[in-house]
Design a protein around this ligand. Structure first.
Ligand code: SAM
Length: 269
């Protein structure tokens, strides 16, 4: 049996009894970074064979892991922190297990985007997680357009080095939009700071952002959403060379709104 196990994202106490029991019963533990996982395993006096399993070797490890699983071994998978597979390795292995009918399961636990959502105070009934934001200006702007239009909370990973430039890009597109920066979750300096991009920029220019960061964008109010929709149609025309008609159709599809509504907004009817 293959078992993906969620591990702490800062506070080593955040691990379930079931996760620890499973680790103790494992024949092999796959670790994104064996040295990193050792800290957790030593804290709970778990000594098991470890094997590195990260984005650069997960494909080449696959055949050996599948062979061990077919022999009936219990193999656990850990990422450095949080829930494996969430912007972490493991997907090809899951897909191989599904393809080959090999049983696998996952033990739930810490997951920074979900914890950040709980702390944000933003709507939780509809949300999207988009992983790391693009680094380059053009793709970042394009992604932000999509996120700013989304009718729910958007959750993204961001680095301390890029937070200010991302906030500046949001400020230029949607200065009124409510954002949250969730930082160092479950750790000593945990904080969830809410505000517009301008407010957050003022704060983080004074106190340089440190540590691990999740950025959340609250859904905009309908008028703001309409402005975003017009911008999206323009952007689709500009970037993909679409005609207005094609861009309206694409924007409607991307946003899950009726074509007639996009047409009405774009043509101010
Ligand atoms: N699978 C992990 C999870 O479930 O949280 C996420 C892995 S991803 C490679 C690493 C990113 O998650 C970091 O760059 C940061 O954006 C976010 N992250 C991880 N731990 C965090 C924490 N304690 N506080 C805030 N963000 C965190």
């Amino acid at each position: 049996m293959l078992i993906f196990i969620a591990t702490p994202i800062g506070n080593l106490e955040d691990i379930s009894g079931r996760a620890l029991e499973t680790l103790k019963a494992s024949d092999l533990i796959l670790c994104e970074d064996t040295r990193h996982s050792q800290i957790l395993l030593q804290r709970y006096s778990i000594q098991k064979p470890l094997l590195s399993f990260h984005q650069f070797n997960e494909k080449e490890r696959e055949a050996r892991i599948l062979a061990d699983l077919r022999e009936g071994k219990t193999i656990s998978v850990l990422s450095d922190a949080g829930t494996p597979l969430i912007s972490d390795p493991g997907l090809p292995l899951v897909q191989a297990c599904i393809r080959e009918g090999i049983p696998f399961t996952a033990i739930p636990g810490p997951c920074s985007p979900i914890l950040a959502l709980s702390l944000s105070g933003f709507e939780t009934d509809r949300f999207q997680f988009v992983g790391f934001l693009p680094r380059e200006k053009g793709p970042l702007k394009e992604t932000l357009h999509t996120l700013l239009f989304y009718r729910g909370t958007s959750i993204a990973f961001e680095s301390p080095e890029r937070l200010l430039s991302t906030l500046s890009a949001i400020e230029a597109l949607a200065p009124e939009r409510e954002l949250a920066v969730a930082r160092e979750l479950t750790k000593k300096f945990e904080e969830c700071r809410r505000g517009t991009a301008t407010e957050l920029l003022a704060h983080f220019r004074e106190c340089a952002p440190r540590g691990e960061i999740v950025l959340l964008i609250r859904a905009g109010s309908p008028p703001e959403t309409e402005i975003d929709l017009v911008e999206m149609v323009e952007l689709l025309k500009e970037l993909h060379g679409l005609s207005t008609k094609e861009a309206i159709r694409a924007a409607a599809k991307l946003k899950g709104v009726p074509k007639s509504e996009v047409y009405r907004i774009v043509h101010c009817i």
